[in-house]
Design a protein around this ligand. Structure first.
Ligand code: KG4
Ligand code: ZN
Length: 369
């Protein structure tokens, strides 16, 4: 029996995500076995606009969201084949993320909720990533969901952290990176070697042809914080190799270098996941965020967990990177209460929360007496 329960009635949500450099909208419906059925999923990536800067430029992101958001939302509604009468609520990422980028999605979501008299459901971006394991397409069976409690690794360009997940909306931080996010390290290493942006897919591709043992990079250990992570030393170690050479490495040397970097990055992520599972007395792990696309990471975690009797739950790659379907999946849990309450004027005063630690109470709720 699913520990996630079955919905008493189906809810259909329009979800909007604009926290970083993807403009995304999706229509998601409460599905079987606690899953979230994806009726449409539109993601317009701005990668090409940010590539020449080697990273996301906040001002460019906001401007592109403004251009793309309306067509992306219209496409998501049209592809889902639903009318506004069939949409119960509008879900939107409230934070954390780039404030200017968040505001675009939030403003559009508020306007649609107001115009169509629908409740608005604000969603924490990282709860969205954690909910991506529940997503499935109409031609797929609903996925098996991790039992509670379990450990979750969120590993992306902006976040690298471990959480103990007690329930659908209850996550407690267990460990965090003390400097760069893992995806940021992939991006920076790719940039040093002229591999383009985003770096993760390029590093993974080149690493396949390299020798991962060509360089041995050490596993960082933070004094008194055995579960916390660090990627800036690894990034600097790669830079040191390049500088010592005095020029950009030739093709095979570059492949050996990125393969060694990827091996060290994956080894650290696996090491911390296993140590945190042990420290928390847990067996099962979910992984989400862009770096969860990385095949060596997926394979290493699956193998190590299986050896310990646990199980790895990881969404299909298309739902590891930023998307709106995961925001819809997270919002489905709040839908019954909010739809019953009906549209609220107070929702229209919602503001973007650029900084909002997962596990901390919602700032608006925390402010209430
Ligand atoms: O979750 P995401 O789309 O955006 C946020 O950062 O929130 O993650 C993007 C990050 C980038 O740093 C990108 O280089 C990394 O995920 N990434 C990967 C791979 N695909 C994307 N890193 C390693 N291997 C990959 N295959
Ligand atoms: Zn993200």
């Amino acid at each position: 029996m699913s520990t996630h329960g079955a919905p008493l009635r189906e809810y259909t949500l329009l979800a909007i995500e604009s926290s970083c450099d993807e403009t995304a909208a999706a229509v998601v419906r409460s599905g079987a076995e606690g899953g979230a059925l994806v009726l449409s999923d539109v993601v317009r990536s701005q990668v090409a606009f940010h590539a020449k800067w080697g990273g996301v430029v906040p001002e460019i992101a906001s401007r592109n969201h403004l251009v793309d958001i309306t067509p992306v939302v219209e496409e998501a509604v049209a592809r889902a084949g639903v009318s506004w009468a069939g949409i119960d609520a509008v879900a939107v990422t409230q934070g954390p993320g780039l404030v200017g980028a968040l505001l675009v999605g939030l403003q559009v979501a508020k306007s649609l909720a107001y115009a169509h008299r629908k409740p608005l459901i604000p969603v924490h971006h990282l709860l969205g990533h954690l909910s991506a394991v529940a997503l499935y397409a109409p031609d797929e069976p609903p996925p098996a969901l991790p039992p509670f409690p379990h450990l979750a690794l969120i590993v992306s360009g902006g976040h690298t952290a471990l959480y103990r997940v007690e329930g659908p909306e209850e996550a407690r931080p267990v460990a965090n990176t003390c400097d760069d996010a893992a995806g940021e390290a992939f991006d920076k290493v790719a940039r040093m070697l002229g591999l383009g942006y985003p770096g993760g897919p390029a590093v993974e591709r080149e690493a396949r042809l390299g020798d991962p043992r060509a360089h041995s990079f050490t596993l960082p250990r933070l004094k008194g914080r055995p579960l916390d992570l660090s990627f800036s030393g690894l990034k600097t170690a790669v830079l040191t190799v390049i500088k010592a050479r005095g020029a950009l490495p030739a093709e095979q040397e570059m492949r050996d270098l990125v393969a060694s970097f990827q091996r060290a990055a994956v080894a650290q992520l696996v090491d911390r996941c296993l140590a945190a599972l042990d420290a928390e007395g847990l067996r099962d792990l979910t992984v989400a965020g862009g770096v969860a696309c990385n095949t060596p990471l997926r394979e290493a975690l699956a193998a190590r967990l299986a050896a310990g009797g646990g199980r790895l739950y990881v969404p299909p790659r298309r739902w590891c990177t930023d998307n709106a379907a995961m925001i819809g999946a997270a919002a489905l849990r709040a839908a019954p209460a909010l739809v019953a309450r009906g549209p609220s004027r107070a929702d229209l005063s919602l503001n973007a929360l650029s900084s909002w630690p997962l596990g901390a109470p919602h700032p608006a709720r925390a402010a209430q007496p």
